[in-house]
Design a protein around this ligand. Structure first.
Ligand SMILES: [Zn+2]
Length: 369
């Protein structure tokens, strides 16, 4: 009998998906003042998906307070990246007050949390995760219903910050994923500085910082971050990659994407929960500056037809909830039709005007001078 060439899931370190969900449910149950949990479902061609979202707000009654900064964190988009969902559990425990961050000033943390509403999706791709637990350790597909539920959530919640948490390497990515540049401007520059600071403080400068497209060289995460940044207009959209073992064989997925010993497991969870809370701190300062700038300067900007239509459709889709999929999938087509419609209107107007000027001409020349 030969030893297996891949590492099995270490059940001493990792929860099963059911156990993890039970832990989260129990946590929410113990802290009804701060935590609130809901489950949404979606369906696409017979494929069913379910997604649990936990909302943190210091006082439950302020949950819809629009003056608060809104943060959306999603974990476990890829089933094989089990460590990310363990981090979600730790972050929720810290938010509940049951666990503490060792090197964080409690007063400043408290002041920051006071101003936030945080939505956590601990296991975005539960179906994918189940496949991994059944032994398909390299499963990494995204489900379409899951993506649609995330987009809906983003449209209704309108987060200021969105972080898509993955593993496979150590990186702090900002847009764009589809090209090897970061957006222009001071805001983008400041975000980059913030990520570099996080890298220095919590990743020992090991993390790659920059655009996903530029740093990885391929479309690493579809265009999830780009969608959130460009279309859903989330001012800070990130992909954090929290762990990767580059020495592992590409078939040894559990080892490649997840720490396999207790020391590394704890280090990853501790370092990254600290990084997240530091990010909450820094980004609220960043958003304060952005907010004061926006209100003092002229907000009117030239908006392209694409931007305008995207904004219009997003607004409509959030208002009409269920029509989302149709609008979402048909966005490209609608845009094309709208452009054609505009073009033909301009042409018609031009023809109409030239006819009028033609029919006017004899009249003008008929007036005796
Ligand atoms: Zn991933």
């Amino acid at each position: 009998m030969s030893a297996p060439s891949f590492t099995p899931i270490n059940r001493d370190l990792y929860h099963t998906s059911d156990a993890l969900m039970e832990q989260i449910k129990a946590l929410v149950y113990r802290h009804p003042d701060k935590l609130y949990m809901e489950t949404t479902g979606g369906k696409n061609k017979g494929y069913r998906a379910e997604m649990t979202v936990v909302t943190y707000c210091r006082n439950r009654k302020d949950i819809d307070d629009k003056s608060k900064f809104r943060i959306l964190l999603s974990f476990g988009q890829h089933g094989r990246e089990l460590i990310t969902s363990e981090l979600a559990l730790r972050i929720l425990s810290i938010l509940s007050g049951e666990q503490f961050l060792p090197n964080m000033d409690p007063v400043s943390l408290n002041n920051t949390l006071e101003r936030l509403v945080i939505k956590v999706v601990p296991m975005e791709n539960l179906n994918g995760r189940k496949l991994v637990e059944e032994g398909e350790l390299c499963e990494r597909r995204n489900g379409l219903p899951e993506t649609q539920i995330m987009r809906k959530l983003c449209v209704s919640f309108e987060p200021h910050i969105w972080v898509n948490v993955h593993s496979g390497m150590e990186a702090l990515f900002m847009p764009y994923d589809h090209k090897n540049t970061t957006p222009d401007g001071l805001h983008s520059h400041r975000i980059r500085l913030m990520l570099e600071k996080l890298n220095h403080l919590h990743c020992e400068d090991r993390c790659i910082v920059g655009s996903g497209g530029g740093s990885v060289g391929y479309l690493a995460h579809g265009t999830a971050t780009d969608y959130m940044y460009d279309i859903a207009r989330v001012p800070m959209a990130f992909t954090f990659e929290i762990y990767g073992d580059r020495t592992a064989s590409s078939k040894d997925c559990f080892k490649m994407f997840n720490p396999v010993d207790l020391t590394t497991f704890n280090k990853v969870i501790n370092d990254w929960s600290a990084a997240f809370f530091a990010m909450f701190n820094m980004s609220t300062h960043q958003l304060d500056e952005l907010g004061s700038k926006a209100s003092s300067s002229n907000k009117d900007k030239l908006v392209s037809i694409d931007d305008y239509l995207d904004g219009y459709l997003m607004e409509r889709s959030s208002r009409y909830g269920k029509k989302m999929e149709v609008l979402d999938l048909g966005m490209q087509e609608i845009r094309t039709y709208f452009r054609l419609f505009l073009l033909s209107s301009v042409l018609l107007l031009f023809m109409f005007c030239s006819r009028i000027s033609k029919s006017n001409r004899p009249l003008v020349s008929g007036i005796p001078l």
